[in-house]
Structure formats: C-alpha cells, structure tokens
Ligand binder design. Sequence first.
Ligand code: HEC
Length: 243
Amino acid sequence: MGKMERFSFVALVAGILFFLFADFISWALPMFVMKDIPKKSVADLAAEAISKNTSAWSDFNKLYRYYPEQFKKFCEYEDMYSGSGKIEEAECKPNEKTFAKALKVGHRWYVAEGCWNCHSQMVRPVSNETLRFGIPGVSNTVSYPSEFNNELQAPVLWGTKRVGQDLIREAAVHNVGWHVAHLYNPQSTSPGSVMPPYPWYFEKDSKGNIVPNARGLALLTYIMWLGSWEVKPPESFRMEAKQ
Ligand code: HEC
C-alpha cells in the first residue's frame, strides 16, 4: 500500500467519525441545555406579556382602539389553520384570551406566508448583530435558549436567510401605524424595499379607509410581540419618534 492510500483511509475514517460527532452534538447538546427550561404555551406567553405590561401588550391595546370594527371581526374569526375559535362578545376586548388568539393566529400566518424565507429570528453573538438588530443600548442581548422554548417556536423560526432584518428584537422598533403602512405596501415606508406588499391582510372599513382585517390584526400583533419580553423601551425609542 502506498503512503497516500494509507493517508486517505485515515482521512476517510476521521471524516466519518467527525460527521457522527457533529450529528451527536447537534441533537444531544440542545437536549441537555433545554432539559430544565419549561416549555411555555401561547396562554403562558400572553399572560406573561400582560403581567409585565410589555410594549406588545400596549400595541395590542392600540390596535383595539384604532380598529374597533375589525377587532370585533377578529373575535368572531375562526381560524382553521391555527385551531382558534370564536371569542364571545362579552370577552371581546384586550385580555389574555384575545391576546393569546392573536399571537397564535398571527404566528400561523407568518409561517404560512413564508416570512421566514427573508427574516431570521435569532441574534447571534457575532458580527455586531446586537447592534444591527433591535435598538442599540436598549435591546442588546444575544438570543438565548429559553426564549425559543415555547409553542410559537415549534418548529423554530430561526430562518436561514436575511433578505430583511432579523425580527426577534422587532418589538418597539416601529410604532403601530408604521407596521400597518409597511405590511400593506413596504415601499411606502421603505423605498426600494424588495419585501412584497400584503394587501390580503387589509380591507375597507365602513368609511372606506384601508384597515387591517382580522388576520391582519393578528399578524401585526405577532410581529410587534417578537422580543417584547426582552425590551421595555420608552416610547421615544420608536424610530418614528426620532424623525
Ligand atoms: C422577499 C423577502 C421578504 C419577505 C418574503 C418578507 N420580507 Fe419583511 N422585509 C424584507 C426587507 C428587504 C425588509 C427591509 C426593508 C423594509 O423595511 O421593507 C423587510 C422589513 C420588514 C420589517 C421591518 C423591520 C425593521 O425593523 O425595520 C418587518 C416588520 C417585516 N419585514 C415583516 C415581514 C412579514 C410579517 C412578512 C411576511 C408576511 C415579511 N416581512 C416578508 C424582505 C422580506
């Protein structure tokens, strides 16, 4: 046997061992890390946002105040896709039940729409990502395991590509009005954006104004909730407040 042949044999065996090792690490390591972290349900997440009085909770209240007609429709809306049913009229206001429904429905449409094709949901400890995503100095944490151990991250929405920004620190970056205008037509707030418009999350209200529909309210709630457990900035931190 030549020298090269022996070397290639060793390389092959080493390659296979490294492959098996990497495979083992990629499922065993997360299992050990996540072992003691309780998995939160959507109801837990909603209750937490309310008890901490986060920006997501205040944004949800704003949607209720800005679009009362559509909020009613949102309560009546049955979403087969996320298994969410109607909410009685007496309970149709911002509370744990409606907030949990909005997160659940919004999350399902975020997944269905393929928003994750262009947006990641994980801030890595490299390349100054803490400065690039979120609000520098206010939300500057790298992603950590417990924020992913919940019903809305199964499967995880880390994503693989960033055509747009990472969204896991999106809470409180923009105000409600900006998000509404942006989702309807990204070019209106971000000239040159390659994000497609999403007019099917909107409808005309009784006065003829274009407003978010039932699913739209849910999707907006979900986006503005992302990262709200991590940031509680004053209103002045919203990008629009600085303009
Ligand atoms: C083709 C890629 C693409 C898709 C699909 C896409 N986006 Fe975007 N998104 C972008 C780009 C690029 C930007 C940055 C420019 C802008 O503001 O529009 C952006 C920006 C955003 C922002 C503002 C982020 C910030 O902090 O300023 C939000 C929120 C957002 N997208 C949500 C969504 C949602 C929700 C969906 C799915 C309904 C979606 N995007 C689908 C490309 C995409």
